[in-house]
Write a protein that binds this ligand. Structure first.
Ligand code: TRP
Length: 447
């Protein structure tokens, strides 16, 4: 059902900031650093940049085009352009949203808790043990549920009153905090060694399929692609937007924040001699950032407490605007599909997601499996099907994207979607599938 009173952004900037808010999140810090550490540093980053430009940007423009053109949530938008046989792809998107938000909120709960504890009591020096307490058991469940309630509250307030308002306030604040942190990090002794590590490329891993596979997953995760999130936000757009420009804005902002985040993290770690602890990958790569950084903050005493609280706060805010966008996919789909009212859809969806997140809150190895299935495989699979859909099924997508104007790059865009993205994504999806399968097996085999 396409209701005539569909909500809209009140201003163009509202959409841009909300989309950037969706893209910029834990992916830029937690996931980026854990993936970089697992894949040997700068070569991973380079592949991630190449895949973002070659495939991420085209898929982003595809989502923007479908969303704005159909003005419907993902399932309906696909049916609108491709007929009812494409509805299952929309359902796959919603499923991915469920899975991702369920564990995303668990990690956001960790950051929220670090911020609160840092503010009230300072950072514990027993970091390893403390992270164990934070990331396991019913405490973790409680913080996860708390974060979900926060997310629910914003989404319940609607597109303009909740999502747009949150982005307008939180995104500029986040920008200031992150840049402030990077400037501070530059003043530390040893910052130079951190930069050097960050920007040194080992070219041999460029040809490694495992590295490419993770870089593809990371590109989709960080840009919020492959599950109809950007599509949903674009469905609240009015027709006169310059979509190629919006896609560029989101991709460039997202990448800048990831880059600047590295400029905060690496100097901090090197200045305190903690680099081996992130790069050496202990038993829980997922948690590395949340052990090493609090250790840095604890070592730095008073200054560390201020920096640490600011850092964790920035991370929580970034996570909040991303979680809002994930929940909105589930909400707008159930509003359109079942005719639910927003409030009901938000609480129902939010409750189900909170439940699904409990196993991840109890055990980080379950979280890691959820991330490899939802945060990588399902997204790349979704991106593959989406590029096939827009490249081969939608009639005249160039005209849909341009909406009466003309943009120079659209022919290249169409070419990339038809010929370049599908084979690469098919290969990556296959490798990610194998990787997820292996992780599930390992999890089941462990006691
Ligand atoms: N991109 C966000 C991050 O980097 C997370 C996110 C929000 C996301 N919406 C998404 C990831 C949709 C995949 C799909 O933290």
């Amino acid at each position: 059902m396409n209701t005539p009173e569909r909500e809209h952004w009140s201003r163009g900037l509202g959409f841009t900031l909300a989309a950037v808010g969706s893209a910029v999140g834990l992916g830029n810090m937690w996931r980026f650093s854990y993936m970089t550490a697992e894949n040997g540093g700068a070569a991973f980053v380079l592949l991630y940049v190449v895949l973002t430009a070659l495939i991420g940007l085209p898929v982003m423009l595809a989502e923007l085009t479908l969303g704005r053109g159909a003005a419907r949530s993902p399932i309906q938008a696909l049916a609108h352009y491709g007929g009812p046989r494409w509805r299952p792809l929309g359902a796959l998107f919603v499923l991915a949203g469920f899975v991702i938000l369920s564990y995303y909120s668990v990690i956001a709960g960790w950051t929220l808790r670090y911020a609160a504890e840092g503010l009230l009591f300072g950072f514990s020096t027993e970091v390893g043990a403390h992270f164990g307490e934070i990331s396991r058991g019913w405490d973790a469940v409680a913080w996860h549920c708390g974060f979900m309630v926060l997310t629910i509250a914003f989404v319940a307030a609607g597109v303009r009153g909740g999502i747009e308002r949150a982005a307008l306030v939180l995104m500029p604040l986040l920008g200031v905090l992150v840049i402030g942190l990077a400037i501070y990090a530059a003043t530390l002794d040893g910052a130079g060694a951190g930069y050097a590590y960050y920007f040194t490329t080992d070219f041999s891993s460029l040809l490694n399929f495992d590295v490419a596979r993770d870089a593809a997953g990371q590109a989709f995760f960080s840009l919020s692609l492959g599950m109809g999130c950007i599509l949903t936000y674009a469905s609240y757009l009015k027709r006169d937007h310059n979509l190629p420009k919006e896609a560029m804005m989101v991709a460039v902002s997202d990448f800048s924040v990831a880059l600047i985040a590295g400029l905060v993290v690496f100097p901090l770690l090197f200045a305190l001699g903690l680099q081996s602890e992130v790069i050496g990958v202990g038993d829980s790569a997922v948690g590395a950032l949340f052990v090493t950084l609090p250790k840095a903050f604890a070592t730095m005493q008073a200054a560390g407490r201020v920096v640490g609280v600011v850092f964790m706060l920035a991370l929580s805010l970034a996570a909040l605007t991303s979680a809002i966008s994930l929940l909105e996919v589930v909400v707008s789909s159930s509003m359109d599909s079942f005719g639910l009212r927003r409030k009901h859809a938000v609480w129902l969806g939010g409750f189900a997601i909170a439940l699904l997140g409990i196993p991840s809150a109890l055990d980080t190895s379950i979280l890691e499996v959820m991330d490899s299935i939802g945060g990588a495989f399902l997204l790349v699979l979704g991106g593959l099907l989406l590029s096939l859909f827009v490249g081969w099924r939608v009639e005249n997508p160039i005209a849909e994207a341009a909406a009466g104007r003309s943009y120079p790059g659209l022919r290249l865009w169409y070419f990339l979607l038809r010929w370049v993205a599908p084979p690469i994504l098919a290969l990556m999806a296959w490798f990610l599938f194998e990787d997820s399968l292996e992780k599930v097996r390992a999890l089941l085999a462990s006691p």
